[in-house]
Design a protein around this ligand. Structure first.
Ligand SMILES: Nc1nc2c(c(=O)[nH]1)N[C@H]1C(S)=C(S)[C@@H](COP(=O)(O)O)O[C@H]1N2
Ligand SMILES: [Mo]
Length: 219
């Protein structure tokens, strides 16, 4: 009896994740045609997969590298194993895209950005951060004060497993208090700079550089 129930439970989990994969796959072509996010008008409590290039870049866990450099005393290149060996931060939060869609109770795990900044030793001239994606196009920004919040993490886990390729794996940023566009996917570089450099949608789409959830936004 107990074994039977466990078996049923396992089947339920697998079926559930297949349904979600199917939804993502079905929506992917639509999302590629819709970089401005009008598909956010569709109903449903699930992620839309966004990319501003013509695909989803791939990097294996083994080959993945994250560079922290710029105005720091100790420029560092991290591997996946390095990040996973560091103290982990877990968050369960609503993910909110500025276009209107949201996903409740998303589980995240990663390294607090503040931990990486402390290790790097930010110089006094360093005021802001510039983030790069290995898609070669998308960028983002945060002030140093924002980056030091405990709910800003360099995430290697999302939705109960590794961050998938479509969701920006192996590693993406997760800025919990801000709209989704701040959470850069396929993150490859964190550069400490001396002034705010507005990110991709903040230049192309006039989104607010300060992406606080709940604020009105240039979007
Ligand atoms: N590299 C990259 N990061 C990105 C985006 C993107 O197109 N490219 N879209 C942003 C936006 S607007 C949102 S809402 C979220 C969506 O995350 P998801 O694709 O995992 O749903 O990723 C953000 N990070
Ligand atoms: Mo978004």
């Amino acid at each position: 009896m107990v074994l039977g129930m466990l078996g049923l439970g396992a089947v339920g989990v697998v079926a559930g994740s297949r349904v979600q994969d199917g939804l993502d796959a079905a929506l992917a072509p639509l999302q590629r045609l819709d970089p401005t996010g009008l598909s956010g008008l569709l109903p449903g409590n699930y992620f839309r997969i966004y990319t501003v290039t013509d695909g989803y870049p791939y990097e294996s866990d083994t080959n993945y590298r994250l560079t922290v450099d710029g105005l720091v005393d100790h420029p560092t290149v991290y591997t996946m194993a390095d990040l996973q060996a560091m103290p982990a931060t877990r968050l369960v939060r609503t993910f909110q895209c500025v276009t209107g869609w949201r996903v409740d109770n998303v589980h995240w795990q990663g390294v607090a950005l503040s931990v990486l900044l402390d290790k790097a030793g930010v110089q006094t001239a360093g005021k802001d951060l510039r983030f790069e994606s290995f898609d070669g196009v998308y960028t983002e920004s945060l002030t140093l004060a924002e980056a030091y919040r405990p709910d800003v993490i360099v995430a290697y886990s999302m939705l109960g497993g590794p961050v998938t390729q479509e969701h920006g794996g192996p590693v993406r940023l997760y800025v919990a208090p801000m709209y989704g566009y701040k959470s850069i996917k396929w993150m490859s570089r964190i550069q400490v700079v001396d002034r705010v450099e507005p990110g991709y949608w903040e230049t192309v789409g006039n989104y607010a550089v300060e992406g606080w959830i709940g604020d009105s936004n240039g979007y």
